[in-house]
Design a protein around this ligand. Structure first.
Ligand SMILES: *[C@@H]1O[C@H](CO)[C@@H](O)[C@H](O)[C@H]1NC(C)=O
Length: 424
């Protein structure tokens, strides 16, 4: 019980703060606790991204991430503004590496979600309404105001920077804390833009119609500026009557009780009515959630489609960059030549021509062999005949030598037998 009392008090405090400013709930976020009751989407706002899906955290929306350049993210109100006199409390933070770049636009424009979507002031084309641009111009951090009645094309304009109707220098990057940008518009007083409590610029020469949409769009360069949005609170510039405030306050309390389940039993004195409102509220809540879920799925699909288109475009670009004519054709004909030669070689190898060639070769070898065996003995005889006299001489001299040896032996034996014998 103690646990639930404290948040209840806090909630009442918020409600009081919120209704003192008469905040239009379905066109605002971040002015109460948290940005969204769920993690899919912000009630009353559509969220779109290019190159990524904006990240919805409990206390902020990251429209462009701190890593990965050339990303876009935007938020647009789902319904048009009906207030004649209004003011906006907008809290944002820009964090970036040294040379990071990007821009943040606060739009009040006709048909914003469809016509402007994630565009920046430089890419929006023929838009209609007001844009407050937060970016770096010529090395100086600035807040500038632009107007367009739909006749001027900002995308093709050669010098968009010259079209600003008001501006001031304001340090907003790498502050660590959120900056507070306030816009005040009244039909008589015109527009006043304040940054961190001090006037940036004001004009009473402009008239803004109702029925335009509010939007917040960020785009990053490479390296990127990371833009985070903490709050967008739209309120009527003229405060609502006191009685209405009280009623709304009571409604707020009731809503809070419905969200916390434990105290339900304590209201058992009137079960039928409280149950009825609870189930109605539950149904409404469920309906809202479903809506937001389908919206975020749709967002994802558009993101996927965009990716596919980008890939296709890049593929086409690569194709167009290829050395298409002479070189490729030359290479092609050379390849065809090579192919023809290889196939000819293959055909020749497979064909029977070779077996006949082999047969011829083996015949040739046989002939050579026969020639050799036929002619060698003849040659030998010729050789012997040619050298006969010398051979005869050798034979006769050998026989003479043997005869001499025998003669000598016989003479020796005869001498031995005829010599006088010595007796010892
Ligand atoms: C808007 O403010 C002007 C004064 O600037 C006032 O005359 C006009 O009645 C206001 N409109 C509404 C609808 O409150």
């Amino acid at each position: 019980m103690l646990l639930s009392v404290q948040p209840a008090l806090l909630c009442i405090a918020w409600a009081v703060a919120a209704f003192a400013q008469d905040v239009v709930d379905d066109m605002s976020f971040g002015h109460k606790q948290g940005i969204s009751p769920n993690s899919f989407a912000i009630p009353g706002w559509s969220m779109l991204g290019e190159g990524h899906v904006p990240q919805l955290l409990s206390d902020k929306v990251i429209l462009t991430p701190p890593y990965g350049g050339h990303k876009r993210g935007c938020l647009w109100t789902e319904r048009a503004n009906s207030l004649e006199n209004w003011s906006i409390d907008f809290k944002f933070r820009a964090g970036a590496p040294d040379r990071g770049g990007g821009n943040l636009q606060l739009w009040y424009a006709a048909n914003g979600e469809k016509q402007i979507s994630t565009s920046s002031i430089y890419t929006a084309g023929k838009w209609e309404g007001l844009a407050i641009v937060i970016d770096v111009v010529g090395g100086t951090q600035k807040i500038r105001g632009f107007l367009n009645d739909g006749s001027r094309d900002y995308k093709t304009h050669t010098n968009v920077d010259s079209l600003a109707f008001g501006h001031c220098d304001a340090i907003y990057r790498n502050l660590g804390r959120p900056s507070i940008l306030k816009l005040k518009y009244t039909t008589n007083g015109g527009l006043e833009v304040l940054i961190d409590g001090s006037t940036c610029f004001s004009t009473n020469k402009i008239t803004l119609p109702t029925n335009y949409y509010f939007g917040v769009a960020a785009s990053s360069f490479d390296p990127p500026d990371s833009f985070e949005v903490f709050q967008f609170a739209l309120s009527s510039a003229t405060n609502a009557p006191a009685i209405e405030q009280q009623q709304q306050q009571q409604q707020q309390q009731q809503q809070f009780q419905e969200q916390t389940p434990p105290p339900v039993h304590e209201h058992s004195s009137s079960p039928s009515t409280s149950q009825l409102t609870t189930s109605e509220a539950q149904f409404a809540d469920l309906h809202n959630r479903l809506n937001q879920l389908s919206k975020s799925i749709q967002n994802m699909f558009t993101e996927i489609n965009r990716h596919t288109a980008a890939e296709e475009a890049r593929y086409k670009e690569i194709l167009s960059k290829l050395p298409n004519t002479a070189l490729v054709n030359g290479l092609d004909s050379k390849m065809a030549n090579l192919d023809r030669i290889v196939s000819n070689l293959e055909r020749e190898l497979k064909s029977s021509d070779h077996s006949t060639q082999f047969r011829k070769l083996s015949e040739q070898i046989t002939k050579t062999h026969v020639g050799v065996t036929e002619h060698v003995p003849e040659r030998l005889r010729e050789y012997v005949q040619a050298h006969t006299p010398r051979i005869g001489f050798i034979l006769y001299s050998f026989m003479g030598f043997q005869t001499c040896c025998i003669g000598a032996f016989v003479w020796y034996k005869w001498r031995k037998s005829t010599m006088p014998k010595k007796y010892l």
